[in-house]
Design a protein around this ligand. Structure first.
Ligand code: LLP
Length: 433
């Protein structure tokens, strides 16, 4: 229901997630509160694993993109689900390591990794460095040489694909801050540079064309282009490309307008295109890696707020103000992202109001949704935003010195706190008074 998952249901008029009563959890932990359904996350991981096995075989790995939601418990779940992980900073890497995640299964991303981050990655034994640019390759070679060690690298390339998604989350085109373009020859130069470095092991190539993509065609097109490049690398450099990482970007359903495919369908199309290209270029099958982030977590969480005021401006609109906003979910102010809202204590009632959900922060653009349908709502009611598992907590800020919310995980009806609510003391911890 609501977002195409089984995580959400209505019981006795109340919205539930993972079998747990949302109003009861809001009462227990306070608001704003983010609640995840662990079974949903596990199920999504399982779907990726099963689809990769079914359509490609054993020589494949799904690596969760930690930027979607990177907290300790996630890495424990990923370990149990046999996943790899994509990290993009020393902070994400540290979180994974603290959670005991296998460093050999880490793909270390970032378009501007610092020397210290690269060094740390080497010390930790990171599995793959996804090298974004020439400087990074040179720095990595220097660091490896000084340590008498070797690093395994993937070259991040931009395949020149225009995916139909928001400009800010589009990454596959030539004009991108990420990666080296195939079309300009930079990608080939990157591979050559890696091959010339005695301490770097060139394993393969990586790309990521964008996020929240519904269409399967851009993925098929990407795979074709990537295989063409693998062929060029073989012809010109005489080396085999053993790994092909095509990133993430698989869409989820935020509102009724969104029409994503299942992981199985995205993977079926990717593998079909890959197998055809391998035949076309007579290439050995590389290890296939995917990096889903959003689709692993987004649908399996809700954010619960308490409504403070309901303000009707005649002939204009009705503002429903909640005790969170852009500080825990900046996706509306950044991308105009659309969400579905529910009054969890009256989830079975029809949505007879049209409201604008406003945050609590000092910024007129601090909204969570405009002109959205909602059940009758009054000050003191709870209000839920659905499908907030990705890029909400991970993009949260302390603007206005608002503490970050608590995060709870539910498993078969049992709840546990996985991230404590920030305290006022947490907020001033680094201030020197
Ligand atoms: N791999 C790489 C290299 C990426 O850059 C990303 C996302 C992913 C994988 C995961 O993509 P996903 O499966 O989650 O679509 N903050 C934006 C999304 C930014 C995505 C950045 N890269 C949002 O809230 O929509």
């Amino acid at each position: 229901m609501y977002n195409g998952t089984e995580s959400l249901a209505i019981r006795a008029g109340h919205l539930t997630i993972g079998g747990a009563d949302i109003p009861a959890l809001a009462k227990k932990y306070g608001t704003p509160l983010i609640i995840y359904d662990e079974c949903g996350i596990r199920k999504a991981c399982g779907e990726y694993n099963a689809a990769l096995r079914k359509h490609y075989g054993e020589n494949a790995l799904a690596a969760y993109a930690g930027k979607a939601f990177s907290v300790g418990v996630m890495y424990r779940i990923l370990t149990e689900m046999d996943f790899g992980a994509d990290v993009v900073s020393g902070g994400e890497l540290y979180t994974a390591r603290r959670a005991g995640f296998d460093m050999g299964r880490i793909f270390y991303h970032g378009n501007n990794k610092t020397r210290a981050e690269l060094a740390e990655g080497l010390d930790y034994g990171v599995g793959r460095f996804v090298a974004d640019n020439f400087e990074e390759l040179k720095m990595l070679e220097e660091l490896c040489s000084a340590r008498s060690t070797r690093a395994s690298v993937l070259i991040r390339v931009t395949p020149g694909i225009e995916a139909h998604t928001h400009a800010y989350i589009r990454t596959g085109q030539i004009d991108s801050k990420f990666g080296m373009a195939i079309e300009t020859g930079a990608a080939l130069e990157g591979v050559k540079l890696a091959l010339s470095c005695p301490h770097l092991d060139y394993c393969g190539i990586h790309c990521h064309i964008g996020s929240q993509i519904f269409d399967t065609a851009p993925f098929a097109e990407t795979v074709k282009i990537m295989c063409g490049f693998i062929n060029t690398v073989r012809d010109i450099c005489g080396v085999e490309t053993r790994e092909l990482n095509v990133g993430g970007g698989f869409g989820v359903q935020y509102t009724d307008e969104d029409t994503p495919h299942t992981p199985d369908e995205y993977i079926r199309v990717i593998c079909q295109a890959l197998k055809a290209a391998l035949v076309q270029y007579d290439l050995p099958a590389p290890r296939l890696i995917l990096e889903p982030g959003r689709s692993i977590v987004a649908p399996y969480a809700v954010t619960v707020y308490t409504v403070g005021t309901v303000k009707s401006i005649p002939g204009c609109r009705t503002y429903v103000a909640v005790d969170g906003g852009m500080t825990d979910n900046p996706r509306y102010i950044l991308y105009g992202a659309k969400y579905t809202f529910v009054v969890p204590e009256r989830a079975d009632e029809p949505k007879t109001m049209t409201v604008t959900v406003a945050g609590r922060n000092c910024e007129s653009g601090d909204l969570l949704g405009e002109d959205v349908p909602l059940q009758q709502v009054h000050p003191g009611d709870l209000l839920c935003t659905l499908t907030t598992g990705a890029y909400c907590y991970s993009m949260a800020s302390n603007y206005n010195r608002v503490p970050k919310p608590a995060v709870v995980m539910v498993r078969e009806g049992e709840d546990r706190l996985i991230v404590r609510r920030e305290s006022l003391e947490d907020l001033v911890r680094n201030d020197i008074f």
